[in-house]
Structures are given as C-alpha cells and as structure tokens.
Ligand binder design. Sequence first.
Ligand code: BGC
Length: 733
Amino acid sequence: MKRIALFFAAAFAGISALAQPQLREDNIEEVLQAMTVQEKVALLVGGPTFDVAGPAGATRAIERLGIPGTILADGPAGLRIDPLRKGTDKTFYCTSFPVGTLLASSWDTALAEEMTTAMGNEVLEYGVDVLLAPGLNLHRNPLCGRNFEYFSEDPLLSGKMAAAYVRGVQSNGVGTSIKHYAANNQETRRDYNDAQISERALRELYLRNFEIAVKEGKPWTVMSSYNRLNGEYTQQSNYLLTQVLRDDWGFDGIVMTDWGCKDGTVASAKAGNDLMEPGRQVEIDRILEAVNNGTISQEELDRNVRNMLKYIVKTPHFRGYKFSNAPDLAAHAKVARKAAEESIILLQNNNGALPLKGTEKVALYGVSSINFLSCGTGSGHVNMAYSVNMQDALSGAGFTLDEELTTYYKAYGQYLEAVRLINGKDYRDDWWNGRKWKDEELPVSAITRQAGNNDLAIIVLNRQAGEGSDRKLDPDFELTGVEQKLILDVSQAYHALGKKVVVILNVAGVVETASWKNKVDAIVLPWTPGQEGANAVTDILTGKVNPSGKLPMTFPLNYVDVPSATNFPDGLGANGDKGKNIDYTKYEEDIFVGYRYYISAGVPVSYPFGYGLSYTEFSYSRPMVKVSGKGEVTATVTVTNTGSVAGKEVVELYISAPEGGLKKPQRELKAFAKTKALAPGESQTITMTLTPYDLASYNQDASAWETAPGTYTALFGASSTDIKATAKFKLAK
Ligand code: BGC
C-alpha cells in the first residue's frame, strides 16, 4: 500500500513537473503553453519593485513556472536608486557619470563603451536587470528640457554613441532601454503633443539614430515615448513598433511604455508594445478583457509574452546572480573623471589664455563654484555619494583662491541652503538644485579690489534642466542681467590690469554666447559633467589634459536663428494659436535641423557643430576616397600634430551629394573618428568606411532609400565649417 502511494506521489510529481515546466533558455515555448491567460497578461504589465530601493519599475514573477521578477531603473548618467534604506547604515550610492551630451562631445565611441561598462557594473551589482538608458532623441531645439540626457543634433553621432553605450552597459549581462522612441523632442505637454513630421525627416533623422543604436548596439529593450507622432501615440503605433523596429531593423527585444502608459493599453499591446510600465491593475483588466473578447488575438498575446520570456532568460535575476551591493565606486569615479576629461570642450582661448600654470591666485566667481552641477533632475538624476565643486577642485590642484570670494560664496550657499530647508525642498533631486541657485550682483568696487589681489578671474555659470518641462528662452538660454553684468564688470576690472578672464559653462543646455564671448579670454564647456567634473575641468585648465571635445550641436548666434524657433513651445511661436507647439508641433524645418540648416542656408552661428579647440594644432593631408565594386566607400586622411603638446583630434567626414535627385543639406556628417594621443610631429592615418545606404536619402514618394548617382565630395573637417581637406568620388545609381 505504502509502495503504491509512493508510486502515485512520484507519478503525480512527475505529471505536475510536466505540467509546470520551470523556465529555461531552451523551453520558452513549453512555458508559454503552460501559462494561463491571467499569467500571460500579468507578465505584460509592470508590478511592484523588490530587492532594490527606489528603482523605477519591475516585471512580475510567476513563481509556479520559475519566472522571476526583474528590476528596471534609470538612467542615462548613472544608475538611479535610493541611496539610503531603512534598517541599515549601509549606503547604496551610484556614480554620477558625464551626461549624454558631454559623452557625445568626446566623439569617442571606445570611451563611451568604457564608461558605460563601469556604469553597467553598478546596475549588475545593485541587483538591477535593465538600465533605462540611453536617451537619444535629437537636439531639435536648444530649449528641449531633456537635451542634456540626449547626445546630439545629428543622428549619426547620436546613433553611434547610443550603440557604444548599449554595448558597454550590456557587456555586464544586464540590459538597456533605448528611449524615447520616437520624436520625443520637447517636454511641453509631452504626454499628449503630436509631433507632425514628414516620413523623410523621420527616416533620415528622428528614426535614424534609433536604427543605428538597434542595429549596432542590440539593446535588450526599447522604451516607447509619451507623445504622439503624426496623430498616433507612439506606444500604439504598429508602424513604429513592428514595421520599422522589428521588420525593417530586426529588433528582437521587448518594447516597454514610458512611465504611465496611455488609455489605449489594448492598442499598445496589439501594436507591439510588450510591457506596460510602471503597471496598473486597470491595464491588466483591459488586456484580459480584450483577450477574452478577441480584440487581442491569441497570437498577439503569445507574441508579446514570448518576447517577455526571451528577455527574462537573459537577466541577472533569472540567472540567480548574487549581486554584491558593493560596486567599486572609487574605481568608477576615476572612469567618470576620465570620461569628462576626454569630452570637455574648449570653446575659446584667445591669445593662449589657457592652459594655466596651476599655481596662480584665482578669483573664483559664481554660485556654481560651490554648487557645481553634476547632472540633471528627474530621471536623469543620480544619487551620488559626493560631487566635487570648483572651489575644492582648484585649491586641491594647487591654485590659491581669493578668500573673500570663497567665504562669500560659502555663506551665500549656506543662506540658500537655509531657504531650502525652510521650504522643505530636497535640492539633491529638485529644481532647487541650480534653478534657485542664482547669482546676485557683486559691487564693482569689490571686483576691482579682487582684480588687484589675484592673477586671474574664473567665472562659473550654471543652468539646470530636467524632464517634465522645457527650458525657457529667458533666462535658460539667455544669460541673466546679473550674469551679463558680472562678465562685463569682471572683464573690465581684470583686463585693465592685463589679467585674464575664463568662463566655465556648467550648463544643461545650449546658452547664448555671441553677446559676451568677446569680453572674456577663454570659455570651457563641461556641460553637467558628473561627480568628478570639477576635477576634470581643472585638469583642462592646467593643461594636464589637452582638450579634445567637440560640439555635438550648434551654438546659434541668436535663438531666432534656430530653424525650429517659431514652432517650439515658449520660443517665439507659441502665442496666438494656442494648440500650436503645445498640442501639436509641426516640424516645418523638415530635414534641415541644426547644422544641416545653418550651413545650407548660410546662417552664421556662434560656434558650429563639431567645433572645439585644442592646446595643439593639427594638419590634414593625403585625403583619399576609394569606391569598391559594391559601392563601398573608403575614405582616408592623415592627421599630423603640428603643435608643441600631445593631443587628440576628432576627424569629421562630411559628404556633399551631387545635384539632381532629392534636395539635400549642403553637407551631412557620415562618419567620424578620433585619433590616439599624437605627440608633437606624430601622424596617424584615419580610415572611415561608408556603404551606399549610409549615403542614401529617403524618397517618401517611392517609400525607398535612394543614392543619387554622380560626383560626391568628401570633406574632412575639424568642424562642420572648418574643412581641412577634400576628395571627390563617383557613385553609380
Ligand atoms: C521618463 C523616462 C524614465 C521613466 C522612469 C519617465 O518619466 O520619461 O525617461 O525612464 O520616467 O523613471
């Protein structure tokens, strides 16, 4: 009897094991078949977070089938989780790395990969499965509030940077979520705004960056954006999520909604949006009802669930990875510093004002000197253990700081901090950080006294930004009256004594420079460079590091010159027609975004796309282009360091297409590369290859990519307007 019972127990266990397969990489179909409809639907809607404090979201576990939950956390400049937890003294800080815009300023994909390899290690070691990054929407307009998270106004630079970023993070066995797909180029009414864009501009610009990132980076996940595109929510667009993303580009991961998905949950699921985040019961109810009444077919349901299972088997939680909660933050801080150093841009350096000796007496101006901004707010923020400020970085490097000023700014900082406490604001993750830290007017008499007491002046200006709102023309883009006066008064006082003035732009977005740049000697642009950024700036100031960053976007002379100035909210055109730019935005400039416009239309700018100075000089020689039988283009040029210090040079390859065929920008970036550190006199030959597809334009009437036949010009540039060498080549149709 006992033996019979045992036999039945064993048999039952066998049957139930058969009926309840445990998820493995090779039994996804079996598990899918074993899932109930309720379980399938649950997997498509985000659930409560676990294991980690403060991540953005999670996917649900189905324990019966050995399906673990997984954790999703921001963000683009480093992992964003809560640093403190109840019941423990242990801290969970993450490294604040340079923001996307600064990383793109390196024009160095190897550097990006190195930096994000470190970033991804924190994701892994803190028990997170997917980093919700990188953000790669184009800088269509300098007022977009999230530009700092994004890379560039150019789709090639954005796409290449994003692909490198993805490869670096994912080399740790964790995922990324490239975002926000697609055309999320403004924050004003971001959850509703309809971006009205021609198919050509979409294909060549706003999707092109994502295409490169998908094909060359192979991200595990894509995040669909909040906005609409040509009338339809991107989350609900079969065209975007299935036809283009999966069918055309071969994406095989999951698509998740941006946080707080739309009422059209059912349309989203059908369009190919696998996961609704952060997930609500109502979404489960909607999908369940649609499956029951046949609006969502069994195939559609299974397709999405299959995608989810394929994603889950890749994750650390599935592998049972024992995360340490102790990544090597000291080592990662060094990586963050190096990444900033290799990316910071020297915008101006009149009469060799920089580098400095490092022992000078410095009058350091600006409230940002003690509240140096490392990163943005919102999901672009990182909870870091510390952030170096300019006062500490400069004095740590050997400079002597004017005590009157350091004391003044410290006291002013304490005052602002007191006001913050009264207001109960957490400035570490709030608009307070930067938005409220405004400079106050300094008496000219004090500035004159300080000019006498010091060798030079350094002025630090800041601009903060973050998701949820766009930057304002005045005062985010424009300098304030106080800032203009500070620059004027300081320049007059110091120049009168033959002393230099340096400006550091610690800004989250492009600012106006044309009206004041000639008053100062040097301008350094570190953007918001991460927690070690002030040290990196100091290394640039002293020449310990020779700057090699270049602009990933244009600095216009005036905001009115921006091609989307009249159809961007709060710029120039938002008045009158209330819906315009708020409910919908017509991308009237079409493919003429950034330098594509300025150069083609002959509009002068303050600093062109691709521009940045070095402490050395480079010459370009032997430009050559060869075309293979298959139409593959190989372009080479030799770069020589003709100056007196070692340095790296970014080589930008622009192509001018022949007349005829589709109207095109006068030149377009088609490849770029960065030299190694070249010693004085040393040369390096750079080789860049292009396919006919890289050279093609999208003919929307024919729904096809076309490469015009004829003679092309390859322009090897130190910037988009500083062309150092050219070569011609012919292409057949
Ligand atoms: C942002 C995303 C972010 C998500 C989760 C959203 O508001 O748009 O970029 O990943 O929140 O924090």
